[in-house]
Design a binder for this molecule. Sequence first.
Ligand SMILES: [Zn+2]
Length: 206
Amino acid sequence: MSKISTDTGNFIGERLCLDFANTVSWHNSDNPKERLINYGKLVEWSRYADILSSPQQKRLHEKANHHPDQAAKVLEEAIELREAIFRLFRSIAAGLETNPLDRAILNTYLTKAYSLAEIVPKESKYALSFQKGEHELDYMLWPIMQSAIDLLLSEKLDRIKQCEGEPCGWLFFDSSRNKSRRWCSMADCGNREKARRHYKKKSNLK
Ligand SMILES: [Zn+2]
């Protein structure tokens, strides 16, 4: 599936957990714009993110239609987890200590994720699978958790960055060779920031 830009997310984070954190626009501002406005959008995003197959997406949609209250609760949990992930990685990107309350939220979801996890053979290696819970409305949360755990335990925390375009707030994993990426996208915040600096320079000359 195309991962470039949808109304649920833009997939510029280079890590699943960061793309999930970016399902809010202007995350660093006083008026962030929520993109996961209902459970259906969470499922749609999960399909774009390749967490769900098309039949899985359809099944979860149908289940949510039969259990709207449960679906609404899952959306609430997804947003709680997402905001904890956002704040944790934002702190890491800024070189600050992470908040124990955010770690506590993550640990709650970690317990649930591990209760569903199984080691399965994958190609010539092994992987964690959460398929045991694939019929549950919250199934998409566990691969996201795994991505967050993998990233937190990795030795590449210095590659986690927050877009410098204010008040964008989007997080990304900088995979550039010399760790020089500064913006969510050059076409978006990069150009805006350049234009702003150019204007500032010009007005300073007057
Ligand atoms: Zn940006």
